[in-house]
Design a protein. Sequence first.
Length: 424
Amino acid sequence: MSTIVSARAAPASGIIEKAFVVLVLILSLGAFTNLSITGPIETQNMGIVWMQVLWSFLYVITLVLYLRGCDKPLRRLFIVSPLIAVVAFAFLSVFWSQDPALSLRRSMALVLSLIFGVYFASRFSQKVQLRLLAWALGFCIVASLFFEVLGLNPSQGFPGWYGVFDIKNELGQAMVLSAMVFGFWKKVEPKYGGIATAGIVASVTLLALSLAMTEVVVFAVLIVLVPYLRWALRMGRRGLAWGVTILLLAGTLSIFYAATHLEEVTGLLGKDPAMTGRLPLWIVAGVMALQRPWFGYGFNAFWLPDQTYTPRIWHMLTWMPPQAHNGVLELWLELGIVGTVLFLVVFAYYLAKAAKFLRHNFDPAAAWPMAFLIFLFLSNLTTAFFLQGNNIYFILYVGLATTMYTKGSKELTAAGARPRPNHV
């Protein structure tokens, strides 16, 4: 991409602006929505009115801060043009959606989340990004401990801790992210090493108490895989080739073993071979995706309680899933093969960019984009949040795409290349 963004002195970010960003990050984690979800599950995926109003207000502030604090904001957005293409396709699905109004509203939230992600990465250095994330996640850790100890979570009574989240898997995902953030923050700002270490310990503790076994596995894989990739990517070409070959071989053997010992593997995770109802769900969702294979049912417009097939699916499965519990399958249902392939191509592009970023960048947090993308992909194997508005994982996806572009541009500029966007 050849867009050039000239630099100018931007007003320094103050404590109020940083507090606002932390608030948005906390809300985008889905924290405290467990206190507002009432009524039958059939209505829970249709949105909460007061949250929609709150997010609208927050995005107005975001736009003001973005226009005020970032130079040439319109051009800066096109730093993440591959992601804009994905968001634009979701927006276009309004024309074939089963619920055009819902798809339009959710697409607008996705657009505004993208703007916040670009603002977040453009306004703050990678060091400050990690610090703000640590504040937000640290607040959720403390609040989750209070909620569980004092019995404030209305979801109590089910196995595992929920903290300030609606389900234990959300707590598990947040704590994997938290452990990663505190780990990288500790490297970037060693003077906060004690606080960061406490954050890591608390995150791992809450992850274990959540009993979200999928996220426990994801965390274990990240602990092994990220250091290995850091080593392999910084080897010479021959070392890199051998490293990738060994990784692919290990992955293939692991998948083969899991497939041939399904009952044993799922038993170790405390689940049945049907993955707690996910396997029948995936089969049914796949069949439904084949009914509208190319463009899907519209963005966020499949699991609608007023569609005749939804109650039938819930009755057949004997539970009421509000999503396909697999990110790729959910994309296929919503945006069809065309949208899914577009998303995966863009994801592969940023994964390759993260690998290049790690290989040529020796900053303490150089592995952060790669670690986050691996976490995002693995977590979406059993749940679906690849493409969601008002969602921290999409915001961080946009943010790291922006950060990799701007930091790479700085290195090129230092080497005498043509100037590109400056990191504020």
